[in-house]
Design a binder for this molecule. Structure first.
Ligand code: HEM
Length: 390
C-alpha cells in the first residue's frame, strides 16, 4: 500500500485541485494517506467511490464519535448537533422537518424578491466609486440578505444581521471577534424565535413552530442555515465572477446566449467544488470501496473536488465547458446529507451572474488574476477580496 507523508488540501493552482489528489486518483484511487496529528485517513478519489461513501450512512457524519476526522473536542452524547453532523434515524427526522422549505418549486417562487435584492446591491455598487471589492459589494451581502429574508429578519435589523454575519466569516476578524459575532447572532436568532412564538410571520421559523418544532432546536437550525448557506454561496459568486473576467471567451458565450446560464452555473460548481471538507466521515463497519476494504474505526475523506475531475465521468475534466451537462457532479455532496440549499444556491448564482453581465458590461479585474487572494487553505475554497473596476 502506498502512503504519502500527509494529504495537503492546499490549492496551489487557483483553477485545479491539488496535483497530489489527481495523482492518487490515477494511481491508487482508494489509498491510505497521512492526515493531521499523525493519523491516517482513506483518500477516496473516483466519482463512483465518492458517491458510494457519501450515500452509505455506515460512513458516519457524527462528529462526536471518537476518531471522527472532524471531531474537534466533542464528547460522545453532545446534544448540540446540527443536521450536518447527525446520522439516521435522527438525521432523517430532523431533515424531513425542514426539507419542504427548499423544494425546486418553493425556491423558484423566490426569484422575484432575490432579483430585487441583487438589483439593489448593484445600484448601490454603481453609485459609489468605479472601483470596489466585489466580495463586499455583492458576494457577501446577497446571500446574507436572502437568508435574512427566509428567517424573517425585520428590515430594521438587516444592518445588525449583515454586519455580524460578515464579521463571522471575515478573514480579518480574530477568533475572539468571530466568537462574539456568533454569540450575538445566536442570541438574535433566539429572540427572533421568541418573537415568532408571539406573532407568527411568513418565514421558515414561524412555519417550523406551527408544525410543532422545539424552539431550542430552531435556534440551531437558523444558525446552520445562516452559516451553511452564506459563505459557500459568497465564495462561489466571487469565483464565478473572477473566472468570467479572467476568461473573456467564457463571458462572451454567456453574453451571446444567456440560456447557457444554468449549464454554466452547474459547470462552475463542478469545476470549483468549494465545500470539499464536507466529505469527511468515520467508518462504523468494515466496508469495501472500489475493491479496497476499509475497516470500522477508519477515517475517510471522500474527495469530491477530485471526483468532479474524474475523466471517466467528465471527459477533459480540466476544461470549463458550459454545455457538458455537469449536473451529476458532487459539489453539493451526495446521499442523505446532500446540500439542503442547493436549489437556492443555484438560483442565487444564476440571478447574480446574469444581472452583473447585463448591468455592468465594462466590469474588469482591478488587479492581475495572479494577485487575487484565494482561500487556498480552506476550509471552503473561495476568494478573500476581489478588486474590480468598471
Ligand atoms: C454554492 C453554495 C453551496 C455549496 C457548494 C454547498 C455545499 C454543501 C455540501 C457539500 C454539503 C454536504 C455536506 C456533507 O455531506 O456532510 C452541504 C450540506 C448542507 N447545506 Fe449546502 N452548500 C451551498 C449552499 C447552501 C445554501 C444556500 C444553504 C441554505 C440556505 C445550504 C444549506 C445546507 C444544509 C442545511 C446542509 C446540511 C444538510 C444535511 O446534513 O442534511 N447550503 N452543502
Amino acid at each position: 500500500m502506498t502512503t504519502t507523508p500527509n494529504l495537503s488540501t492546499r490549492r496551489v493552482d487557483p483553477y485545479n485541485p491539488p496535483a497530489e489528489h489527481a495523482r492518487l486518483q490515477e494511481e491508487q484511487p482508494v489509498s491510505q494517506v497521512g492526515w493531521r496529528d499523525d493519523r491516517k485517513i482513506w483518500a477516496v478519489t473516483k466519482h463512483a467511490d465518492v458517491r458510494a461513501v457519501l450515500s452509505d450512512a455506515r460512513f458516519s457524519s457524527d462528529r462526536s464519535l471518537p476518531g471522527h476526522p472532524t471531531n474537534i473536542g466533542y464528547a460522545p452524547g453532545d446534544k448540540l448537533k446540527q443536521l450536518i453532523e447527525m446520522d439516521p434515524p435522527e438525521h432523517t427526522t430532523a431533515r424531513g422537518r425542514v426539507m419542504g422549505e427548499f423544494t425546486v418549486k418553493k425556491v423558484a417562487a423566490m426569484r422575484p424578491w432575490i432579483t430585487k435584492i441583487v438589483e439593489e446591491a448593484i445600484d448601490m455598487m454603481l453609485q459609489g466609486p468605479s472601483e470596489t471589492d466585489f466580495v463586499v459589494a455583492l458576494s457577501l451581502p446577497v446571500p446574507s440578505m436572502v437568508i435574512a429574508e427566509l428567517l424573517g429578519v425585520p428590515y430594521d435589523d438587516h444592518d445588525f444581521f449583515q454586519e455580524n454575519s460578515a464579521a463571522f466569516v471575515d478573514q480579518h476578524t480574530t477568533p475572539v471577534e468571530k466568537a462574539a459575532a456568533m454569540g450575538r447572532l445566536r442570541s438574535y436568532i433566539a429572540d427572533l424565535v421568541n418573537s415568532r412564538i408571539e406573532a407568527p410571520g411568513n418565514d421558515i421559523l414561524s412555519r417550523q413552530l406551527s408544525a410543532g418544532a422545539d424552539p431550542q432546536d430552531l435556534v440551531g437550525l437558523g444558525f446552520l442555515l445562516l452559516i451553511a448557506g452564506h459563505e459557500t454561496t459568497a465564495n462561489m459568486i466571487s469565483l464565478c465572477v473572477a473566472t468570467l473576467l479572467d476568461k473573456p471567451e467564457l463571458l462572451q458565450q454567456l453574453r451571446d446566449d444567456p440560456d447557457l446560464m444554468p449549464g454554466a452555473v452547474e459547470e462552475l460548481l463542478r469545476y470549483f467544488t468549494i465545500a470539499e471538507i464536507g466529505g469527511l466521515r468515520l467508518a462504523t463497519a468494515d466496508i469495501e470501496v472500489g475493491g479496497t476494504l476499509i475497516h470500522a474505526g477508519d477515517a475517510v475523506f471522500a474527495l469530491s473536488n477530485t471526483a468532479n475531475r474524474d475523466p471517466e465521468v467528465f471527459p477533459e475534466p480540466n476544461r470549463i465547458d458550459f454545455t457538458r451537462g455537469a449536473r451529476n457532479h458532487v459539489a453539493f455532496g451526495f446521499g442523505p446529507h446532500q446540500c439542503l440549499g442547493q436549489n437556492l444556491a443555484r438560483l442565487e448564482l444564476e440571478i447574480v451572474l446574469s444581472a452583473v453581465i447585463r448591468r455592468i458590461p465594462a466590469l474588469r479585474l482591478a488587479v492581475p488574476f495572479a494577485e487575487i487572494p484565494f482561500k487556498e487553505y480552506g476550509p471552503n475554497y473561495g476568494i478573500y477580496k476581489l478588486p474590480v473596476a468598471w
